[in-house]
Design a protein around this ligand. Structure first.
Ligand code: PEP
Ligand code: MG
Length: 753
């Protein structure tokens, strides 16, 4: 802290700002007074406030010290100049000599040539940049951390004024080339296909902070601690939640409790209260700061935690504000959020939830996995969703095309409602034939299995009448944990899976953490290339106690029943042998201790790393079965990150290269008489499934939603017609044979592909 500007000065400035903001007059007038006050109190020659307008443009909204002619005239794109830089990175900049900075942009209309130093901070509202606040001085002046901190606190107060006054009119955001509000289309990526029509419900709408500045820090500290007690009670109640699903996620919820008790977090909030803000303003400020800092770290583990932090701060804010943020849903609700945790999703009545729109989100996030299990259409990475969508806006969510249609016309609603009806009818039709065998017209039997990862996925077994679980992703419930649950907890969980499978086979895959499925349990140094990093079997072979505990739990849970276990990301025979040796050791130990043996044991491997293609002979001597993970295999064959949305449809599994690889595997397995299946997403698409059958596969595992359509296609196809056609396509030089195969199938009466 400098002698120049003290904590007392800050409190005085804040209370003067509060008086101006609470006063009467137009927003412009009040903003003019605010910038003058800041410049004066912080002993700067200039204070300017830039506000984010439509199209990512920062407009000079008020200034003290720059030419008044520039107000509403000077505009900078995000990323342009120092102001644009501050907005782009949501990061403060403090420069004694701004002119020498490469990002400096000279704007003659502002009369800026007289000012040498510059300090600017982003104005944040609910973690989003809504403007930039800048001070400048004529003489070179180094700004210290305390001054940056002060300006950040002030910026937060102004951000509330701007947000409350809705300086950035919502309509403006929607306008495109002079068009009016209606019928806005926002694009994103689909995390779960489907269509939903309903009204927007904002998930945890930002709690509006009524009071920002306080004269009684001690009373605010009391309020904070009271609210923290409430928060802990809420998290405890969730942990002991009455809903069945919440139990399955109990371990994830424990992480929330850890955050709620985090001393660093609480003491930072206390410090901000001491500087003169109310408890809720302090929570918001600390959260905004943390969020911005975490966004800048290129570490997926931290990013994953961000969601939990958002959740926690929101819960705390709503307790402080005495409001409940989890309202009743209307019958047709489309939930709109920045991001959502799996447990938050569970809080809602899923019968009323027709879709989910997210501003952030990624295919592997927990909520996406849950939404798939619950059959809720999801469109994620929709830029500006929170700013553009208002509560109760009508929305058509077309998650098949990754589109959100805001305030659609009646015709559009009718069109989509008809599509939903047709889909419901189709689902009912699939359900009606679920007991019919998956057998082609020429009598070839196919075993259809489901992929699962959560207990609630298991309902899919009965709904689809699948033959079993071809892939149980054991990492799913544990993704957010620092450590794995102990053997007892794992034993209980796997036991439940076995029980709910009711005698149908379950293939458990050992932990596949790391890469795109980062678990805090694998938290180590950040990696440049996590998908190809220290992940999965590499990690568990290096930390054998993890693998041993998991295998021990699996062996105990399958006493007297069949045990099928496989290892992910195996890249060499030696890795498989090492993992298998650990399994054998655990089995010997179990038996030596008098444990009951499983009825039968099969130990297999995923085939998803291309190096195995040249080790098949040796591998097949050791592995009891092979399950091909086409998601990873495709990513490694084409060197195309499976999580990168820009590459999403660039390389097709129905490419001659991929089909030839699959053919090579099935041929080897046939020669050695080793069981082989496909468990990647490819198997869930009817056309792809037909291609796989034509290559010789007879065992497919997929998300439960794929079973109906795949069974339907199988039952309509004469396989002997497809076989020569697909084999012929292997020699094609086209990047994809999808369209040729589709036309062929349609000609033979296999539609809905
Ligand atoms: C795959 O890689 O295809 C697979 C089934 O495993 P996951 O999607 O869990 O990586
Ligand atoms: Mg995989």
């Amino acid at each position: 802290m400098t002698a120049g500007f003290s904590a007392v000065d800050l409190r005085r400035l804040l209370s003067r700002l509060r008086d101006v903001m609470a006063g009467i007059g137009a927003v412009q007038e009040r903003l003019d007074k605010v910038v003058a006050l800041i410049a004066q109190d912080m002993r700067c020659d200039v204070c300017s406030c830039y506000v984010m307008r439509a199209g990512e443009v920062l407009e000079l909204f008020a200034t003290f010290g720059l030419s008044q002619k520039a107000v509403h005239l000077t505009r900078l794109r995000v990323g342009e100049g120092l102001v644009g830089e501050i907005a782009a990175h949501a990061r403060a900049v403090a420069l004694a000599d701004a002119w020498s900075h490469p990002q400096f942009v000279y704007r003659p209309e502002t009369g800026e040539d007289f000012f040498r130093s510059l300090m600017g901070v982003p104005m944040l509202q609910a973690g989003r940049v809504i403007g930039v606040l800048v001070v400048q001085t004529k003489l070179e002046r180094p700004f210290n951390d305390w001054e940056v901190e002060t300006l950040e606190t002030v910026a937060m107060v102004i951000a509330e004024l701007i947000a409350a006054a809705q300086v950035v009119k919502r309509e403006e955001l929607f306008q495109t080339e002079g068009n009016a509000l209606l019928h806005v289309r926002l694009s994103g990526i689909s995390l779960n296909a489907g269509v939903g029509v309903g009204v927007a419900v904002m998930h945890k709408p930002h709690v509006r902070i009524g009071r920002l500045v306080s004269d009684d820090p001690i009373a605010e500290q009391h309020r904070l601690h009271g609210a923290l007690d409430g928060l802990r009670a809420e998290v405890d109640a969730l942990i002991h939640g009455s809903r069945g699903e919440a139990e399955a996620f109990g371990d994830i919820l424990e992480v929330y409790r850890m955050f709620a008790d985090d001393r660093g977090w609480i003491s930072r909030i206390s410090e901000v209260i001491a500087s003169g803000l109310t408890a809720e303003a302090a929570v918001q400020k600390v959260h905004d700061d943390t969020r911005v800092r975490m966004m800048q770290v290129n570490d997926p583990i931290l990013r994953e935690r961000l969601q939990d932090l958002d959740d926690l701060a929101n819960r705390l804010l709503s307790i402080l504000a005495g409001v409940t943020t989890r309202g009743e849903l209307p019958d047709n609700a489309i939930l709109v959020c920045r991001s959502i945790g799996p447990t938050e999703l569970l809080d809602y009545d899923r019968r009323k939830l027709k879709g989910l729109v997210m501003e952030e989100g990624s295919p592997t996030m927990h909520a996406a996995v849950m939404a798939k299990a619950l059959d809720i259409p999801v469109v994620a990475q929709v830029q500006g969703a929170l700013a553009r969508i208002d509560s109760f806006d009508q929305i058509v969510l077309d998650a098949n095309a990754g589109q959100v249609i805001l305030r659609p016309s009646d015709e559009v609603i009718d069109l989509y409602s008809a599509a939903i009806e047709a889909r419901a009818q189709q689902k009912a039709a699939y359900a009606a034939v679920k007991n019919l065998p998956a057998v082609t017209k020429d009598g070839v039997d196919v075993a259809l299995h489901i992929n699962a990862g959560f207990l609630l996925d298991l309902a899919g077994l009965a709904e689809t009448n699948a033959a079993g679980i071809g892939l149980y992703r054991t990492e799913m419930p544990f993704l957010a944990l620092r450590t794995l649950p102990d053997v007892k907890a794992q034993h209980a969980l796997y036991g439940q899976v076995i029980a709910e499978a009711k005698g149908k086979p379950v293939t458990f895959r050992t932990l596949d953490v790391g890469g795109d499925k980062i678990a805090a349990s694998s938290a180590t140094l950040p990696e440049d290339n996590p998908a190809m990093g220290w992940r999965s079997i590499r990690l568990t072979l290096d930390r054998p106690s993890l693998l041993r505990q998991q295998l021990r739990a699996l062996i105990r849970a399958t006493a007297g029943v069949q045990l099928r276990v496989m290892f992910p990301m195996i890249a060499s025979i030696a890795e498989f042998a090492a993992a298998k040796a650990i399994f054998d050791m655990e089995m010997d130990r179990h038996l030596a201790q008098g444990g009951q043996a499983p009825k039968s044991v099969k130990v297999g491997t995923m085939l998803e790393v291309p190096s195995l293609l040249w080790q098949l002979d040796g591998l097949l001597k050791q592995a009891d079965f092979i399950s091909i993970g086409t998601n990873d295999l495709l990513q490694f064959i084409y060197a195309a990150d499976r999580g990168n949305t820009r590459l999403a449809n660039r390389y097709d599994p129905l490419s001659p290269a991929m089909l030839q690889i699959l053919k090579r595997i099935i041929d080897h397995c046939g020669e050695r008489d080793v069981e082989v299946s496909i468990c990647g997403e490819m198997a869930a698409k009817p056309l792809d499934a037909l291609a796989l059958l034509a290559l010789g596969f007879r065992n497919l595992s997929m998300s439960a939603s794929g079973i109906g359509p795949v069974r339907d296609a199988i039952r309509k196809a004469v396989l002997s017609e497809f076989e020569p056609f697909v084999l012929d396509l292997l020699g094609s030089e086209e990047p994809s044979v999808r369209e040729r195969l589709r036309a062929f199938a349609l000609d033979r009466g296999v539609g809905a592909l």
